[in-house]
Design a protein around this ligand. Structure first.
Ligand code: PMP
Length: 429
């Protein structure tokens, strides 16, 4: 047994499933998860000393590469002054100003500690502000694990939402309505059959939790118009896409303004950080000035703020997103070219620094149903083949991939060459 295998066995004694977040357990692809010892730039190093070119980037935050020297410096300087005060700091004011400067839709922002807290709190605020209980989410979008969000559509569009996890009361789930991503008509129907009852729509503006699915033209604009027509708030969950698809996130990229935006991942530079913000009149409904309660002992933590600010400052430099997009396109075009060369059906999607590949004969993949119908045997073989080659991809066909500015042309070329070898084997399956 190698050290990862030994650790995984040990981990399963004292950690449920051996992991602190389910997707890390390799359930979707089989095998033993790789235990990581350290990371630097585009690379991960596992506990057995193997090096990987990493396209997971801690699930999104490491947009500048791992262990960036300027972020590390900022964190160490903050650590020198103390780890947590539970009191206001200049650092969190600077962070709020920075976010409000970068995102025109943000008048005010509240820091939290995870993406889950950001979406859960934004929805509570939307419900408190509108005085309505119901909201609409989309099949295939993930917004963290709050009770109201672990819900799927009941059978038939007009039935109540059903919990996707034991422990979520059906009484909570029934307020969550589920529509089909990229299908505006499914949203219109829900508004018609729940007139005056819908507080908000929440969505991933580029879905990254069903692989990588960009919005079809008119979809985001249509949602904005429906919210305006029905007095609902548009909550755009940019936990994954914020400062990733472009500096101003996916809503900036597509030019559609949310009422509330949820942030996470990149905004924390690798520390546990989330945030939600938006319209002043809505945000002012939050405690302590307003009646909607939300709080956090460690929220706005000074070490986390230091990491986030350092990362956001670096991301504002000229040319960052052009470079990131070019790298991402080079990689995904390379995957596609190698799939074509080897006769393995593949379709790809990419926006900014996010990418997805699908083992399918469909020319375009735009919704969850299509993603679910992809060839999972091909995905598993590709994932494990690439891992063997020293390339770390997300261990699930339902997750987007991420590039960083630290990925060099040589890294990407080596990844494409590995893909060629792995796809050649898949072609014989
Ligand atoms: N929203 C989106 C779009 C996400 O991708 C995620 C996590 N992958 C979350 C919310 C939840 O964030 P966290 O895991 O930090 O709670």
């Amino acid at each position: 047994m190698n050290r990862s295998e030994t650790l995984f066995e040990q981990a399963q004694q004292t950690i449920p499933g051996g992991v602190n977040s389910p997707v890390r357990a390799f359930k979707g692809v089989g095998g033993t998860p790789v235990f990581i010892d350290s990371a630097d730039g585009a690379y991960l190093f596992d506990v057995d000393g193997k090096k990987y070119i990493d396209y997971v980037g801690s699930w999104g935050p490491m947009i500048l590469g791992h262990n960036h020297p300027e972020i590390r410096k900022a964190v160490l300087a903050a650590v020198d002054k103390g780890l947590s005060f539970g009191a206001p700091t200049a650092s969190e004011v600077e962070m709020a100003d920075l976010v409000a400067d970068i995102l025109p839709c943000v008048d005010q922002v509240r820091m939290v500690n995870s993406g889950t807290e950001a979406t859960m709190s934004a929805l509570r605020l939307a419900r408190g502000f509108t005085g309505r209980d119901k909201f609409i989410k989309f099949e295939g979008c993930y917004h963290g694990h709050a009770d109201c969000l672990l819900v799927k559509a009941g059978s038939g569009m007009l039935t109540f939402g059903e919990p996707t996890s034991p422990g979520v009361p059906a009484d909570f789930a029934k307020h969550t309505l589920t529509a089909d991503y990229n299908k505006l008509d499914s949203v219109k129907e829900l508004f018609e059959s729940n007139k005056g009852e819908i507080a908000a729509i929440i969505l991933e503006p580029v879905a990254g939790n069903m692989n990588c699915i960009p919005p079809v033209p008119g979809f985001l604009e249509g949602l904005r118009a429906l919210c305006d027509e029905h007095g609902a708030l548009l909550v755009i969950d940019e936990v994954m896409t914020g400062f990733r698809v472009s500096l101003t996130g996916a809503h900036g990229y597509y030019g559609v303004n949310p009422d509330l935006v949820c942030l996470g991942k990149v905004i924390g530079g690798g520390m546990p950080v989330g945030a939600f913000g938006g319209r002043r009149d809505v945000m002012e409904h939050l405690a302590p000035n307003g009646p909607v309660y939300q709080a956090g002992t460690l929220s706005g933590n000074p070490v986390a703020m230091a990491a986030g600010k350092a990362q956001l400052n670096l991301l504002q430099q000229e040319g960052v997103y052009d470079a990131l997009t070019a790298k991402t396109e080079k990689l995904i075009n390379g995957f596609k070219a190698m799939a074509d060369k080897n006769g393995v059906p593949m379709t790809t999607n990419t926006v900014g620094g996010m990418f997805g590949f699908f083992f399918t004969t469909e020319a375009q993949v735009t919704n969850f149903e299509q993603v679910s119908a992809c060839n999972m045997d091909h995905f598993k073989a590709f994932f494990h083949g690439m891992l063997e080659e020293g390339i770390n991809l997300a261990p699930s066909a339902f997750e987007a991939g991420f590039l960083s500015l630290a990925h060099s042309d040589e890294d990407i070329d080596a990844t494409i060459a590995a893909a060629d070898r792995v796809l050649a084997k898949i072609a014989t399956m």
